[in-house]
Design a protein around this ligand. Structure first.
Ligand SMILES: Cc1cc2nc3c(=O)[nH]c(=O)nc-3n(C[C@H](O)[C@H](O)[C@H](O)COP(=O)(O)OP(=O)(O)OC[C@H]3O[C@@H](n4cnc5c(N)ncnc54)[C@H](O)[C@@H]3O)c2cc1C
Length: 368
């Protein structure tokens, strides 16, 4: 049996688990992170880590508030963490390739006042002068200056290192089998290396969260949503912008010069295979969208599983039957964006029972 001096056990060392550890440590709360593989072994390591914001101002939707707060926090941390998180603040460009998209985006842009904040709608030649690497079929584009991207490994390493510095601990190679509860309290965390005890448990197991909590009798509606990714060889710096194309395809160039090409969403369970179908579509679409990419060598393919909840919104909050057993998962396509806001909210909840952001809307009880 393994006794720990940590007040909180966090299951999973992805973006969400490490962000929780970081924000808990800022409040002086020691956590122990249990991870079955290594840092960023799950979706976080496969992610493009695009930190997107969508518009200039948040609405009152709690998801919008989470996104805006998180965006700001990550930008601040990007300047504070050492080693740097390889933040590239070039904004994003939504490329439009047909009349339908054109009309839709033009209408959206005309309705909003976003042009005031550096948001721009561009057409024809102007787009190609602005972003010369785009292919000729791009007829218009919408520029969002606030979006940026980071290295996902560096962001998680930044969260975790800062937490370790303040007394948090991490153990790798520990697979959690289940969390047991007794009389509405956390009883123990049962792992392949023995049992662990702490007052609080945060389950941040990504797409595996439902299995970890299966024996509590509460069904957590999260599904693995596969994304296949292509990485090219590095080349000279061509763009600092995130380039979005129709049908959820996007490109970013990393600090080292590699292009990251991703990614459709597929529901195939935990099948981590790379399919020729998808690679064929990607090769065709990406070489048309950014012709220089067609000339580059591919150096790596991989897949990742986004933890997608039934309503595509994160699940953040305690289990109704056990108030100190907290779920922090289901962030789907946006877990890197939401990581800091989630970590902050979880840490506040554990510390005081209250949160600055209204997280009630993210409770698991919404699923009935
Ligand atoms: C291809 C792709 C591209 C993406 N691009 C973006 C993007 O640009 N921007 C964005 O915001 N989001 C993006 N996402 C989504 C984002 O990556 C996820 O939402 C986020 O990483 C989820 O983080 P997590 O910590 O919840 O899960 P994970 O990163 O999956 O971490 C969970 C961890 O728990 C561990 N674990 C699981 N079961 C156990 C167990 N039983 N015992 C111990 N440890 C366990 C796993 O090994 C893993 O390390 C992308 C995802 C994919 C797949």
């Amino acid at each position: 049996m393994t006794q720990t001096d940590a007040q909180v056990i966090i299951i999973g060392a992805g973006a969400i688990g490490t962000a929780c550890a970081y924000f808990l440590s800022r409040l002086g709360i020691k956590a122990l992170v249990l991870e079955r593989h290594y840092l960023c072994a799950g979706a976080s390591g496969a992610s493009a880590a695009l930190i997107t914001i969508g518009s200039t101002h948040p609405t009152s939707d709690p998801l919008d508030l989470l996104r805006f707060e998180s965006h700001e926090l990550i930008r601040e941390l990007g300047n504070a963490f050492d080693p740097p998180i390889e933040m590239i603040q070039g904004g994003s460009l939504y490329a439009i390739t047909n009349e339908n998209e054109y009309r839709e985006l033009r209408r959206y842009f005309d309705r909003t006042e976003e042009s005031r904040d550096g948001f721009r709608f561009m057409e024809g030649e102007e787009v190609h002068r602005f972003e010369p690497i785009l292919g000729p079929q791009v007829m218009a584009a919408y520029f969002n200056p606030k979006d940026f991207h980071v290295n996902p490994f560096r962001l998680c390493e930044g969260y975790l290192n800062a937490a370790l510095h303040r007394g948090c601990r991490v153990e790798y190679g520990i697979t959690v089998h289940e969390v047991t509860t007794k009389n509405g309290r956390v009883d123990r965390v049962i792992t392949d290396q023995g049992d662990y005890y702490a007052d609080w448990v945060v389950v941040a197991g990504g797409a595996h969260t439902p299995q970890i909590l299966a024996k509590t009798g509460i069904e957590i509606p999260i599904e693995p949503a596969r994304g296949q990714v292509i990485i090219t060889e590095p080349c000279e710096a061509m763009t600092g912008r995130i380039l979005f194309f129709p049908d959820h395809l996007y490109v970013k160039q990393t600090v080292r010069g590699n292009f990251y090409l991703g990614s459709h969403t597929e529901f195939v369970g935990f099948d981590s295979g790379i399919t020729l179908d998808k690679m064929t579509v990607y090769s065709r679409e990406f070489s048309r969208a950014v012709p220089l990419i067609g000339k580059l060598k591919v150096i790596r393919f991989f897949t990742g599983f986004r933890p997608l909840s039934a309503d595509e919104r994160p699940i953040i909050g305690p289990l109704p039957s056990c108030p100190r057993l907290v779920v922090a998962s289901g962030h789907g396509r946006n877990g890197m964006c939401y990581s800091a806001g989630t970590g902050k909210a979880v840490s506040e909840f554990i510390s005081t029972g209250k949160t600055t952001l209204p997280i009630k809307a993210f409770g698991v009880e919404r699923f009935g």
